[in-house]
Design a protein around this ligand. Structure first.
Ligand SMILES: NC(=O)c1ccc[n+]([C@@H]2O[C@H](COP(=O)([O-])OP(=O)(O)OC[C@H]3O[C@@H](n4cnc5c(N)ncnc54)[C@H](OP(=O)(O)O)[C@@H]3O)[C@@H](O)[C@H]2O)c1
Length: 306
């Protein structure tokens, strides 16, 4: 059974309270359905937590790849599909191409990468390189940080029509680019945007997320933990008791469920290179989500700590 974020928000956070102790395990054991995000332009659904791979770097032939291979394997085992990378993240594309082929997972992930060139011909060359390095289909190609947007989106639209890529989008991680992003969202038929949004940094909720809903665009959310800053803010602080109403067993799940429960079609892509972080974050795909009232409580709670 597929359950979308919308179904869960409608159900209401307090609809079925489960005792806290051991709940996380029992949620998995009972095979609760996985929370999914719908891509409005196609209706395709993806598990609502992806993985960011800015730290996936190193010599693909060396033993130092083993922990990263373990991360991808675990991510897949726990239901993950969307992998976000960029030719800009050191040799992350090469590492991913290598590891996913070795793990025989290349065709089982939804691969998102980026192009970051002003010049159209250079952009084409850059994207041909990504296709080679990733060794398979690119589901989503995004203009990185709005660099060369008009030139690159012309190519992206043509490649999409030719079936060379599945979806197109644009990214930013800076509030100073939100006004420019808004213009691009109004001018182009994008399938996705990618933006910074977290309990530490909520500016995208003012205009960008509502516009994404109006324009029918899915939203990848980068920096879902404010690049780890949120964990610093809650060091030594217990989860509020009401977090159990929406099945948040950890701060990681609390932060991710805040993003997933926004009424836009959101999908956070936390960076994670430790197995216990993958285990923790993928737990946010199960159970209930906070409703609008609880989301406000979450904001107030975090504002008291940051
Ligand atoms: N303009 C753009 O397009 C743009 C800009 C920035 C980021 N991005 C994308 O967004 C992704 C996410 O952003 P980010 O990696 O910068 O920041 P982030 O996801 O907000 O934070 C990542 C940090 O949180 C830690 N972490 C993850 N899960 C945790 C958990 N459950 N408990 C405690 N700590 C946890 C990670 O540690 P470990 O690594 O040790 O597990 C890492 O240090 C990037 O990887 C990239 O794909 C895109």
């Amino acid at each position: 059974m597929k359950l979308t974020r919308r179904d869960l928000i409608k159900t209401g956070a307090g609809a079925s309270l489960v005792p806290l102790a051991g709940k996380w395990t029992s949620l998995w054991a009972t095979g609760q359905p996985m929370i999914r995000t719908t891509i409005p332009s196609s209706g395709q659904q993806l598990p609502s937590v992806g993985i960011g791979t800015v730290k996936f770097r190193g010599d693909p032939a060396s033993a130092e790849m083993e922990p990263l291979a373990g991360i991808l394997k675990l991510f897949h085992q726990l239901g993950g599909e969307l992998v976000d990378t960029s030719p800009n993240y050191g040799n992350s594309e090469e590492v991913l191409g290598h590891l996913l082929a070795e793990l025989k997972l290349r065709d089982r992930v939804f691969m998102a990468t980026k192009v970051d060139r002003e010049d159209q011909a250079e952009g084409v060359e850059r994207m041909e390189g990504s296709l080679q390095r990733l060794g398979g289909r690119i589901d989503l190609m995004q203009v990185h940080n709005l660099r060369g947007t008009d030139a690159e989106l012309e190519t992206l639209q043509a490649w999409k029509e030719q079936g060379r890529i599945g979806y197109i989008g644009v990214t930013t991680h800076r509030n100073s680019q939100h006004a420019e992003m808004e213009k691009v969202m109004r001018n182009y038929p994008l399938d996705f945007i990618q933006v910074n949004y977290s309990l530490a940094d909520r500016a995208a909720a003012d205009r960008i997320l509502p516009l994404a809903m109006d324009r029918g665009m899915a939203v990848l959310v980068n920096r879902p933990f404010g690049n780890g800053e949120l964990f610093g803010a809650v060091k030594g602080v217990d989860l509020p008791p009401w977090a159990s109403e929406f099945d948040a067993q950890s701060w990681g799940q609390f932060f991710l469920k805040y993003i997933i429960s926004h009424p836009a079609e959101t999908l956070p892509i936390p960076g994670m290179t430790k197995p216990h972080h993958v285990q923790d974050n993928m737990g946010a795909l199960r159970g209930h989500l906070p409703d609008a009232g609880r989301r406000t409580e979450m904001e107030k709670f975090m504002d008291g700590l940051i």
